[in-house]
Design a protein around this ligand. Structure first.
Ligand code: NA7
Length: 542
């Protein structure tokens, strides 16, 4: 008789910490835990390269909306002084080169395991360890699990009936083929006019024979005014970094802008117009900082929105097209404000057509293209610029189970519940970098990421010094934090944009909860520091 041995699961590899994600957060977290605390750390990422969101977002026109000189790490003087950005806003490939530079400089690659998707993570309460499994059947165990999966990394591809019958190609912008897509001579249909669609449309229109833009919600946009950096600017920026980082950390959004103390209503109409005009000419997200109350005072917001609507009419030659491109259902910046390079100008091109989905909703995809309630549009390529299952999507995709097998999807059935966006009750030793309930997507991300990684590192250092094995958010602290997150959102106009992804409104069936913390990054960082100083108030440690 031949004994058949049962297939044994792979033996678990032991680490102090497993970090999921190799973008800004994961790489910095690796550096801090490994090089400062001396921990054994493994970073796992399903991508074939480092860079997180910038590994995946390679669609035509993809670049960052934060300016390059502060869309980067601030923790390392040498990196800060040696790296040189070529343009005001970094293009996706340049950001990947920056990651390569950082990874080589800090010797990070040897602890980063790529092309490895985490399929589950389970907490073993008896041993206070996380057990992590991957798509290759590997198993890891670690005291700490840190998710560094980004906030906008789970593609939202609408369930379009008939898509499987479409004979052309379709792509989501957030999973753009590495080798690129040759659009020459093609009829392209782009669905979505958020930040991504607004960046992509002008470039798609140049590359393709014809572009049809399917717009559900008209959007505001500020010209980016991208340009090469001059040697003089680079010198000045390098010399001013201490001040740049001080401003970025002391402001509400992690941008090093001077926020004026004036209200949009405290100046005459002519002065207000001149200030908006100057900000428009300067370009970029700074427009939002023209006055201090654009996001809190409806009349101030109306003034900004009205200015931007007039700009659309000035740029777009066909008045009917201009009207369809004009947002009327939400105020400026209540949804994430895009910035652009010749977006509205694109609709003056003879090879671009705007389809207003409010007037003719999409019914289905067909073999030849897309059919709306009015007609069929023949297309060779469909580009879904339809955004992401933001903030919670990437975390829920990890199949995380906490104490007693509690699924994260159950704990968050009514929307995310976190303490400080860092932890969820029932999930000890799990830290979420820029998780829901933290300022995250309302900020210039690297600054928010560094604040979180520093806090998590200090917390783990503290636990090791004190011989503690477990930290868990308390339910009552979580409830009060949730109430404070709501209160902070309701003090702004942000919850008023009913179709916003900040609220989860872009994903059918997702609970409507305002997810990021709108109370400002500086205030938030102060709260986190206080909590730590107060013996990690609101957390149970043992
Ligand atoms: P966004 O900002 O969520 O934009 C997605 C766009 O796609 C938006 O115009 C949506 O219209 C549209 N959309 C989504 N689903 C559909 C369906 N089913 N049919 C038609 N149109 C649809 O994502 P982005 O990628 O542009 O930007 C995300 C962030 O990435 C950005 O804010 C930066 O932080 C970086 P809607 O407005 O929901 O009516």
């Amino acid at each position: 008789m031949v004994a058949t041995a049962a297939i044994q699961p792979a033996e678990a590899q032991a680490y102090d910490a497993i970090v999921i994600g190799a973008g800004f957060s994961g790489l910095y977290q690796l550096h801090k835990l490994r090089d400062e605390l001396g921990l054994r750390v493994r970073v796992l990422d399903k991508a074939g390269g480092i860079g997180g969101t910038w590994y995946w977002n390679r669609y035509p026109g993809a670049r960052c909306d934060s300016e390059s000189y502060y869309y980067c790490y601030s923790f390392n003087k040498e990196i800060e002084q040696e790296w040189e950005w070529s343009e005001r806003y970094p293009e996706h490939s340049e950001i990947r080169r920056y990651f390569d530079f950082v990874a080589d400089r800090l010797d990070l690659r040897r602890d980063v395991q790529l092309s490895t998707e985490v399929t589950s993570a389970r907490f073993d309460g008896a041993r206070n360890l996380w057990l992590i499994e991957t798509d290759a059947g590997e198993r890891f165990e670690a005291r700490f699990l840190v998710t560094a999966v980004g906030c906008l990394s789970t593609a939202n591809v609408p369930k379009l009936p008939g898509l499987e019958t479409f004979k052309g190609q379709w792509y989501h912008t957030g999973a753009w083929p590495l080798e690129g897509v040759d659009l020459a001579g093609k009829r392209v249909g782009q669905i979505g006019t958020g930040s991504t669609g607004i960046q992509a449309a002008p470039v798609l229109a140049e590359q393709a024979a014809h572009l049809t833009v399917f717009q559900r919600t008209a959007n505001y946009s500020i010209p980016a005014r991208n340009r090469p950096m001059t040697a003089e600017e680079i010198r000045e920026i390098r010399a001013s970094y201490p001040e740049i980082w001080r401003k970025a950390r002391s402001g509400p959004n992690g941008h090093p802008f001077d926020i004026p103390t004036r209200s949009a209503l405290s100046v005459s109409d002519a002065e207000r117009e001149a200030i908006f005009e100057k900000a428009w000419e300067g370009g970029g997200l700074r427009f939002r900082a023209s006055f201090n109350d654009i996001l809190t005072n409806p009349a101030a917001n109306d003034a900004a929105s009205d200015f931007l609507r007039r700009k659309i009419r000035e740029v777009v030659k066909d008045p009917e097209v201009a009207e369809r491109l004009t947002p009327r259902d939400h105020g400026f910046a209540t949804k994430r404000p895009p910035i652009d390079t010749a977006y509205f100008e694109t609709f003056n091109r003879p090879n671009v057509l705007l389809v207003d989905l409010k007037a003719e909703p999409i019914v289905e995809a067909t073999e030849r293209g897309i059919r709306t309630s009015k007609r069929e549009y023949e297309l060779d390529v469909v580009v879904f610029a339809t955004g992401f299952d933001a903030l919670t999507g990437p975390l829920l995709a990890l199949n995380i189970h906490g104490e007693n097998g509690l699924p994260l999807s159950t704990a968050w059935a009514e929307g995310p519940r976190t303490y400080l966006g860092l932890q969820t009750p029932g999930f000890p030793n799990l830290f979420t970098i820029t998780g829901p309930g933290s300022p995250s997507v309302l900020t210039n991300m690297p600054i928010a990421i560094e604040q979180h990684v520093d806090w998590i590192t200090d917390c783990i250092r503290h636990m090791r010094q004190e011989g503690l094995e477990r930290i868990e958010a308390k339910p009552d602290a979580t409830e009060s934090w949730g109430a404070h997150v709501n209160e902070a959102a309701n003090a702004t106009l942000l919850p008023m944009a009913s179709s916003s992804w900040y609220l989860g409104a872009n994903v059918p069936g997702k609970p409507r909860v305002f997810m990021p913390y709108a109370g400002g990054l500086a205030r938030y960082a102060g709260i986190c520091s206080e909590v730590a100083r107060d013996g990690y108030r609101g957390f149970a440690l043992r």
